[in-house]
Design a protein around this ligand. Sequence first.
Ligand SMILES: *[C@@H]1O[C@H](CO)[C@@H](O)[C@H](O)[C@H]1NC(C)=O
Length: 164
Amino acid sequence: MLYVTDDQRMLIMISVGSLLLLLPILPCAGQPFSDYYGGKTVKGAIGSSINFTWTILRPFTRVEWGLAVTPYAFETPPRLLVSYFKGNPLLVTPPAAYTGRVSGKNTGSQVSFILRNLRTSDERLYGCEVSDTSNGDDIPSFDSVTLVVEGRGNYFVVISCHHI
Ligand SMILES: *[C@@H]1O[C@H](CO)[C@@H](O)[C@H](O)[C@H]1NC(C)=O
């Protein structure tokens, strides 16, 4: 038989109570984004623009968008397209194929990246990395999205020959 004094009973109730209070917070503790892709596929038509948007829940100073090699990492060395530090654009030289076609916007916790004038060769995995450079122990958060570029459809091309 286990005897519990009133003091101990009170302590147990307080402990269980505080655990229950923590429960709704715990599942969110590791969630870095509220709007993200998780590797999902996004489609865009050739020649159109695409806007990738992330809403960041965790503390961050730097956010980078670039070519991903896996759902968890950029290509090495990183081939970045657009980057922000404390909300200001950082000078990034994108791979030549993307010159003049990339831009972005970072206001508060929302960051969006635009790729214009889509080409078939843009079809690939892209990543967004968020990190807190003011925290030496920071583990960056990474999210990825697959872009599929759709053609304008199938056409029968009629070639007519004229004899001159
Ligand atoms: C991209 O889309 C988001 C969500 O609709 C919008 O808030 C943001 O302004 C857009 N970004 C740009 C650069 O137009």
